[in-house]
Write a protein of this length. Structure first.
Lengths: 120, 236
């Protein structure tokens, strides 16, 4: 149970300790990757709460989304179109939707629990 | 079996979490570094303060520059004044020398130097000559000698120890000669300061003053003196 949390901690520590400097023009890719990771994470949480969680979908979606977002931004830079804006937009919208769904589910669960407690 | 599956789940999930954490932390770290580089920890008020201090510094430097320029100008002025003062001092020095020289010529100070001494005496009594004036020293004889001495470059002349000045007058007054109102009897000793050789040779010129005086039966004597001292003119 604590393994994912430990993994998160190790990841944060590693990220803070690395002294690798990426050039200025690649920072866009990183931000999009972060956004994609968040999106997938919240998507996974939502799926888990809706009981449609599939591990393969989650893991493959996590990595694939990150790579796709980065490559889309890369393509956009080389085509002269700001495609990373599209990625940010899409991921942002989905992020908010996912969070909203999670909130509703949690609220519904909380209220049903409360009703149960009152009934009993 | 179930435990194994759950564990496998967790391993994959923790891998995902690790990647997520890494990306997040890396991004955060990078952004932090960039912002630090862009403007190193400066709040608005600090920036304003820095700006005002900078402006003050610039103003100070401008003032310094202005003052430095002024200083340079003043120094140049001072130098000019000093030069003028030095020149004035030199002028005064030469003026003082001139004044000293003129005082010597005017007979206001005691002078001494090489020169000649000429003695004019009346000739001996001659019974063949019925006019006694023919062998007496007259004032025009003294004039001749004095003029000749002055022409030859004498700096100062005195008769019987009395200095002659530019305003002196010599008058024949019966048996004596009056120099500036002071009577002098014969013999007359005329002293002159100047180059003794020049003065002597100019007086001794053949057909010159000496010969004329000797023709007038006057006893004439000339000697070169190494040091003549003349006292200043009394009275003024």
């Amino acid at each position: 149970m604590w393994l994912p949390v430990i993994g998160l901690m190790v990841g944060i520590v590693l990220g803070l300790l690395t002294e690798i400097r990426i050039p200025e023009e690649y920072s866009n890719y990183l931000s999009i990757a972060v956004l994609a990771a968040f999106d997938t994470l919240f998507g996974g949480i939502r799926a888990y709460l809706q009981n449609i969680y599939d591990e393969k979908v989650f893991v493959s979606g996590f990595f694939f989304n990150i790579i796709l977002a980065a490559s889309l931004a890369f393509l956009g830079v080389h085509l002269g179109v700001d495609l990373y804006l599209a990625a940010i937009f899409a991921f942002g919208v989905r992020l908010f939707q996912n969070i909203a769904v999670i909130r509703r589910i949690l609220l519904a669960k909380w209220s049903t629990n409360k009703e149960k407690l009152e009934k009993s | 079996m179930k435990i194994m599956k759950v564990k496998g789940n967790h391993v994959i999930l923790s891998l995902v979490c690790l990647v997520l954490g890494f990306i997040m932390a890396f991004s955060y770290h990078l952004t932090q570094l960039e912002t630090q580089q862009a403007k190193p920890d400066m709040t608005d008020s600090q920036y304003k303060e820095t700006l005002s201090l900078r402006n003050e510094l610039i103003a100070q430097e401008e003032t310094n520059r202005k003052l430095q320029k002024e200083l340079n100008q003043k120094q140049a002025k001072v130098q000019k004044n000093e030069k003028e003062l030095a020149k004035e001092a030199a002028d005064f020095n030469s003026l003082a020398k001139d004044a000293e020289k003129y005082r010597m010529f005017l007979g206001k100070v005691k002078v001494k130097g090489k020169g000649v001494k000429i003695t004019l005496a009346d000739g001996a009594y001659d019974p063949n000559q019925d006019n006694v004036n023919n062998y007496l020293v007259h004032e025009h004889h003294v004039f001749k000698v004095v003029n000749e001495l002055y022409i030859s470059g004498a700096s100062a002349v005195s008769i019987n120890g009395q200095r002659l000045t530019s305003r002196s007058y010599i008058v024949c007054n019966g048996p004596v000669i009056t120099v500036d109102g002071v009577p002098h009897p014969a013999p007359f000793v005329i002293s002159a300061i100047g180059d003794p050789d020049v003065l002597a040779s100019s007086i001794n010129l053949s057909g010159g003053v000496k010969d004329q005086l000797v023709n007038d039966n006057i006893v004439f004597a000339l000697e070169k003196v190494n040091e003549i001292v003349m006292n200043p003119v009394l009275g003024n």
